[in-house]
Design a protein around this ligand. Sequence first.
Ligand SMILES: NC(=O)c1ccc[n+]([C@@H]2O[C@H](COP(=O)([O-])OP(=O)(O)OC[C@H]3O[C@@H](n4cnc5c(N)ncnc54)[C@H](O)[C@@H]3O)[C@@H](O)[C@H]2O)c1
Length: 258
Amino acid sequence: MGEVAITAGRMAGRAALVFGAGQGIGRGICLAMASEGATVVATDVHAENAERTAEQVRQRGAEAIGLACDVANETSVRQAVNRTLEFSDRLDFTAVTALPDMYYGPLEGCSAEHFERDWRVGVLGVLHVLKASSGPLQKSKGSVLLFGSAHGVEGSADRISYVAVKEAVRGMARAAAREWGKYGVRVNAICPFANSPVMADYERDHPDWFDDSLSQVPLHRLGDCEKDVGRAAVYLASDDGSFVTGHTLMVDGGLTMR
Ligand SMILES: NC(=O)c1ccc[n+]([C@@H]2O[C@H](COP(=O)([O-])OP(=O)(O)OC[C@H]3O[C@@H](n4cnc5c(N)ncnc54)[C@H](O)[C@@H]3O)[C@@H](O)[C@H]2O)c1
């Protein structure tokens, strides 16, 4: 049974579209947006997971739909934006959290095929989303949130493709922020450290690496996808963050400091 509809909040009257919302941080952003009154469109390459997130949002009392969308497919991305406009008549916030299975291992083993496959989702997917969202976001003076990684900022061994993708994305956030400032559209990035399913997989498969990372976090815990990363997304998307653009916010308990 749904709760009473949320009509107040920092995102009230606004529509949020999230790519990669079937689990983890994308799902956390949808829930945090809903708690602040946004209408939510949750999309994922796994349609059933997108719908599950949408149902969880509706249980919070916010309006939501779940859609299948592959960010690597430009037509699929444009359809998601169009469906959002049909559903809510506006688009105020777009986030891209989609993360494919990527190549991890020594760089000598990273084939051109691996690299191109990772790039297609991680980088081209972001380009598709930026292009498709541009018009509606200019109309609403909305914002975009992209995702980098401490692995990219620091450079990490055995992650040549991931580092390339994540730093390309942070660069795209800065480039789009400069280009769209004149329209009042803001573009930011977050580098998170949070308890998504993919992080749980790392903890299981690489406990030494995971423990080592955690031991370097000054706040001594893993972040929460909704309460830590989702709320940071709300800050950046709402009027609270209205003078912040082209920025990378480290939401990682202090793991990476600059
Ligand atoms: N969790 C962390 O601590 C952490 C750390 C650094 C960076 N990040 C970044 O944050 C973002 C979210 O990470 P997460 O941990 O929630 O990941 P996750 O793997 O838990 O979730 C990613 C979601 O993306 C979806 N997806 C995969 N390919 C897709 C495609 N082609 N089109 C649409 N959706 C697709 C998956 O189905 C999944 O639901 C990623 O960009 C990741 O690089 C996360």
